[in-house]
Design a protein around this ligand. Sequence first.
Ligand code: MN
Length: 266
Amino acid sequence: MIDKSRRDLIAAGLTGAVALTLSGTGLAKAAAIANPSNKGKFAVPVPDVVSLPIEGTSSRFPVRRIYCVGRNYLAHVRELSNNEAEPPFFFQKQRDMIVQSGGKMRYPQLTENFHYETELVVALKSGGFDIPAARANDHIFGYAVGFDMTRRDRQSDMKKMQKPWEIGKSFEDSAPCGTITPASKTGFLDKGRIRLEVNGKTRQDSDIDHMIWDVPGIIAELSRQVELAAGDLIYTGTPEGVGPVVRGDHMVGTVEGLQPLLIDVA
Ligand code: MN
């Protein structure tokens, strides 16, 4: 049974690729609010531009889209009993789900098993379709530490029903992200220790060189599916050791060479 609004969309041809284009149009509108001549043009309050601090400058990084890689470290695929023969894949979060370092992350509703996943985040300065892996680093602005926070119980429900993960992955405060360090300072990252401490105890400890798809490979794969652009963030997957946090916990995520991500669970 298709509800009326869905039926109307289909009738108007506004599904699939066209719907993606529409979200791009929405973004153009959001960007346009910086222009004072647009004052009074919008019928409801305009959403804030979401941005992240950049190490070494007062300029900020404006966020366009957030992509995440699922199952990109073998030891994590195994700890959740997933099929290690299947390649990694992508899902999305929304930019207003970011919490910045030093901030409080609200414990979400609808879960009793709220999990951390500590990840290297790649920030793009440009994009396009069908970017060859050999050219992928040309599009990288910099890197940060991120947490792909997950309602693991709701994700498990959806996996059993073979439905999308949305309720498990995409919700308020589910995408904490630290200060971006420009690639001009770090070089292009292909190795380095990635760690999480919760209340001073080590919970995750691996190396980003254990990724199944490395960063250029991720950009190449993702740009076959969607058009990447400046402002996009890619959370590159978690190593093993995922587990729950509760209210009052203090989280410190690190990737060698980057600013730590400090988050309190409120
Ligand atoms: Mn993840």
